[in-house]
Design a protein around this ligand. Sequence first.
Ligand SMILES: [Fe+2]
Ligand SMILES: [Fe+2]
Length: 403
Amino acid sequence: MKYKTELVIWTKREKAIIQTIKTKLRSPSHGLDHLTNVASHALVLAKKYKASREIVVAAALLHDLGRNNPKLHGKKSSQYSAFLAEPLLKKVGYSDQDIKLILQIISEHDQPFFSSKLLESRILKDADFLDGFGFRGMLRSIYFTSEADQPMTKAVERLNLKMPQRFEGLEFLESKNIAKEQFYLTRLLLSEVDSYKKIYKGKLIVLEGISGTGKETQAKLLAKYLEKCGEKIVIVYHPTLKMKDILKLWRKQKTDDFSEVYLFIADRNEVVQNKILPALMQGKTVISLRNYISSLVYQAKNQSQRDLINYLYSRFEPIPNFVFYFDIQPQAALKRIENRAKKTGEEKGKFEKINLLKQKRIKYVQVLKNFKNVIRIDAEKSIDEIHRNIVDSLLTLWEKKGT
Ligand SMILES: [Fe+2]
Ligand SMILES: [Fe+2]
C-alpha cells in the first residue's frame, strides 16, 4: 500500500519530531503511519483553507502521543498527548506562542461533538477522521479493539456506528470529497449479503470469445437441442440490440473505453432483473451471448479496472454455471467477419482488426482463469462438430455435482 505521506516534504523541525517519536510510540492503531497520514491530510486541508501549515502539521504529528496509555480515551487521552508534546516542541525550537496554539489544537481533538472556533483545530479533527475510512480505517479499528482487549463484535460495532458519525462530523467539503469513496465502499463491505438470492434452480450458460467465432449460431442450435430434451430455454444478448444502437451513436465521438462499462452495466442490469433472474428462479436454462467477461477483456486497461468491473457485476450478475469459450485463430476470425460483412452489409466493429483480435485472444485466456467450468471450444471446426462438442461437454458436466 502506498502512503500519501511519501509525497510530503517535511521541514527540518518536523523531521526532528518524527525522529524523536518514532521509537516511543506503543499503540499500533495510533502509530507513526497514522500520525504521518493525518499530517498529510492536514497539509492538504491547510493549503485549501489557508491555515498555518507549521501549526497543523506539528499538531498532527503529536496529536496521539497519549495513546501510549491504552486506558485513556477521548478528552483525557488528548490532554495527555498535549502534556507529552510540550517538552518535545520546545526541544525542536517552536516559539512559545506556537506551542500554546499547537497544544490547544491537540487538546481539542478526538471530541466528535465539539467544534472549535480555531480553523487549525477543525482541520486536525477532520484530518484525524480521514484516516478512519476505507481499508485503513477497518484495520485500525480492528487493531484498536484488540489493544483495548475488546471482542471482535466491538470492532464491527465501531465500524457500523462510528464511521457514519465521523463521516457526518467532517467539517470541510474537501474532507467529504476525500472520504466519500472509501466511506461508501466500507459501508458496502459491511452490508449483509442475501446469499439465498444467489441460489437458483436454473442454469446460466455463457458463450464467450472474440468476434467471428459463431457464438450466435451455436446458441440457437444448443437452445433447439435442449428444448428437445424438455428444457425451457431463454437466450439473452450482451449487449442487447438496443444497446448496440446506443453504442454506435456513443462511439461516433472519441470516448474513454471505461465509460462504456457503465453503459454495459445499465443494459445488463435490466436484462438480469427482467429476464435472467426470473428465468433462473423458474428453473429455466439461460444461454447468454457474452457477459461481463467481455468487459474484462475489451474495456479494462489494468487490474484495478478489472477489479472494479468484477465488483460492480458481482452486485447483480449471477455466476455462470458454464462458460463456453470459443477459441479461434485471429486470421480465421477476421475472414469470417469479412464474409459476414459482405453477406449482410454489417459494418465491422471497433475491435474487428487483426492486431486487436490477437491481443484480445491473449486477454481472454488470462481473464478466464478466474472462472469455473470454462470449456474451450475449437471454433475453427464445422458448425455440426462444434455443436456436438458443446452438447457432449455439457452433458458430461451436467452429471457432475456442483455445476
Ligand atoms: Fe486521537
Ligand atoms: Fe488520531
